[in-house]
Design a protein around this ligand. Sequence first.
Ligand code: MCA
Ligand code: AMP
Length: 471
Amino acid sequence: MYGNHVLLRSLNPLAVARGHDIADAVTIGGVSLSRGDILGAATSVAERISRAERLAVLATPSVKTVLAVVGALIAGVTVVPIPPDAGHAEREHMLRDSGAQAWLGEVPEDTAGLEVLPVRQHARSWHSYPDPHPSSIAFILYTSGTTGPPKGVLLSREAIAAGIDAVAQAWNWTSRDTVVHGLPLFHVHGLLLGVLGPLRVGSPLVHTGKPTPELYAAAKGTLYFGVPTVWSRIAADEASARALAHARLLVSGSAPLPVPVFEKLKELTGQAPIERYGMSETLITISTRSDGERRPGSVGLPVDGVETRIVSEAGETLPHDGESIGALQVRGPMLFAGYLNNPEATAKVFTEDGWFDTGDVAVIGPDGFHRIVGRASTDLIKTGGYRVGAGEIETVLLGDPSVDEVAVVGLPDDDLGQRIVAFVVGTGVEPSALIDLVANELSIHKRPREIRVVDSLPRNAMGKVQKKQLG
Ligand code: MCA
Ligand code: AMP
């Protein structure tokens, strides 16, 4: 009923089918779909949404999310993934800012008055749609800045295609691989790399629901994706780690992989992990290669099509001497198309000569290997691989009557990389109530793990809080 040419045309440019239909193209929530199932059901989704422009998708790890996303790609409708654990204020912001017209697929308890368009797993359509323009926006992904609510990152079809193709080349990722991960489906890592990647490359995907060591060990794959927290939990679980010895590649990204975790994984699995660096705004730009050196503490070389440079505070380009530390700037075909409704923020992150300023600080060696040293601002926290702005949490906490002053920081944490800690000055402060407030307003993964009640915050002569002194 459907031929490969139909798969090719309909999913292009975001998913290129190579070879024959794949029986278990996507397994998620214990349900397996063939490529034909996905195409048939997603085209039926496309048929019902083709007049929409932007739809919200509650990004649960489920078949419905995959069908909603692929259906929207076929129809050329922009997807706004909404974290399933998003609290009230964060969800409202994403819906309002994105202008999402309806929900597609699953819905949260509070639909915010938006219409709901169902996704039917067993519906089929074989209608053939023309490819949307490559520069059209496929996704608006919300990501945190140092202050204010999350910004909508506009990602075009061509950027995503280029981003996937570049890592596929770096990792020799082919249809002979089976990808395994259990990452959330509302960010680049789990959704674009982790779902669209396998669809485009033609390699089956096993999504484990959650990224636990036991589930990774039980899944039979070749290419495993995880954030450092996931790898550190696997490294601490010897049996699970040893069960991954058969894998072709273990890939870490979204935050720095601690060197001891790298070494432990190497010891237990018999292979060094691949580390790669990326951002919501840039997709994956730097990676070690599957057939190259894998150096602990290093993210390797720019992927195909990417150029990088490090720049001093004075704006001079610094040498690749393995010592000079500078602001990492990148350019390449996988970069975003700007922040939605926010030209000022977009202008701020690009230099006059067109480079994207990542906000990360790096060193480049004479051999071209990149080492990410840290972030320029202490106000952007990476916890469990999630990017969280100190400012957004401070705003919510200041809304509580018990809080007079607050400073939120990311403190080093063996499990999460950084742990969100709020230093609070106030009266009658109830730590657990404040933690729940953030979980309910923003999202569960943005909640502070700890509230420390203090008499005052350290400030400089100008009255600015000295966050580096908190800890
Ligand atoms: C705890 N829970 C609560 C509360 N406290 N629920 C409500 N209110 C509270 N106050 C519950 C949660 O619902 C959850 O329940 C359970 O406690 C555990 O939550 P948590 O501790 O947050 O989870 P975790 O196990 O510590 O999570 C670790 C993790 C997670 C699995 C590694 O951080 C994760 O999935 N990270 C991935 C982030 C990611 O994909 N980033 C990519 C960004 P229950 O267990 O029942 O649900 S893209 C990117 O960075 C770029 C492009 C790149 O380079 O990739
Ligand atoms: P996000 O916007 O969630 O995509 O987060 C992007 C940020 O994650 C980057 O700016 C880095 O700070 C961090 N990041 C991603 N991958 C790595 C890595 N391999 N090593 C260090 N930091 C990383």
